[in-house]
Design a protein. Sequence first.
Length: 320
Amino acid sequence: MSKLPQGKSQSINPSSGANKLLIAVVGPTAIGKTALGIKLANYFNTEILSADSRQFFKEMTIGTAVPDEEELAAATHHFIQHISIEEEYNVGLFEQEAIQKLEELFKKHDVVIMVGGSGLYVDAVINGLDKFPDVDPEIRASLRAQLEADGIEALQRQLQTLDPEHYEKIDLHNKQRLVRALEICIGTGKPYSSFLAKNTIKRPFKTLKIGLQADRQLIYDRINRRVDLMIKKGLIAEAEALYPKKELNALQTVGYRELFSYFAEDFDLETAIEEIKKNTRRFAKRQLTWYRKDGSIVWFEYDTPLEEIVKVINHLRVNS
């Protein structure tokens, strides 16, 4: 059964009175977003735009749960393994390329599906990027020096003090995002989170966010099973091949970082696998924290039949 946000009447978010609709499928990792996205794409005879920043990179397949060959063949996907880990890529570039792709897709389709576990990237497509003030570049240099000297934990503690709200959302092991948040906090004297959601723009299409949810323990069980399956599929060999490039920003992510520590003999393989599971569960918790604050999401249980979801979507399309 779908659950509408409390205290707010549910409707599709309109932009410029357009007749085109972008359906964003969101929710925590391992909940089933890929499968639902494909079903919706087939129902609406359309294509899928991926907004999962971990799945952009060609060299990372198993550890990012990239859709398999059968899934990719079931519906046309965009922004899946389209760049190399060697390339500089960020949410700003993704926003530009995604909007260009949507302009192209909406010439052929009235509906496009966006599937993503990266809340920042989903929001960039729907609302545009937030604008941050310029800060002294010396602050960034100082933070990087601190990172090198004291380790990432020191910066994590600093962010927890300066911006506890963003601390709960951010990937605390992503060095680039951690430094970026801190330089804004230090350079402006205000929390990084205070600058978010200040730049909502009008898009030439309507948007509807569909969220998948489940009992937290069930989500954690699905995560644990997925990690075990990744190991069986060859995640260790995939990570080992990438180990010489372990400092690249794209590889500062769950599933690879823990195995890099295993290769460095910081702990044994069993511990590395348990760390992957634990850190993936923490990642899912941060995703839920991000999405629960968005009152525009229409939530469904993860196993809701497609027919029921489509019925709600069509109802909202007609009555928006």
